[in-house]
Design a protein around this ligand. Structure first.
Ligand SMILES: [Zn+2]
Length: 85
């Protein structure tokens, strides 16, 4: 599986995730260490659920996630089909 990361914001070198902390079911903070020995930058980034692209077949009623506009448009189009029947 591919690991998603961002380069060091200072030197653009690769970074390594050193640790992570779960802030909620929707967000984690990840501590990254730049792998450039001349830089040595250590920083925290966040990983956050932003929006739904495909609806869950087992939705958790306690979870609220923004639904992408194209999904809302697709649902509206499907509902319009029922109105015309
Ligand atoms: Zn760096």
């Amino acid at each position: 599986m591919r690991v998603i990361s961002i380069p060091c914001p200072h030197c653009r070198h690769r970074v390594r995730a050193a640790k992570s902390r779960t802030m909620s079911d929707m967000m984690k903070e990840i501590t990254y260490m730049c792998q450039n020995p001349d830089c040595g930058h250590v920083f925290v980034a966040s990983l956050e659920v932003l929006r739904t692209l495909s609806m869950s077949a087992t939705p958790n009623p306690d979870v609220r996630i923004h639904v992408s506009q194209h999904v809302r448009n697709a649902c509206a189009n499907q509902l319009a089909l029922f109105k015309n029947d």
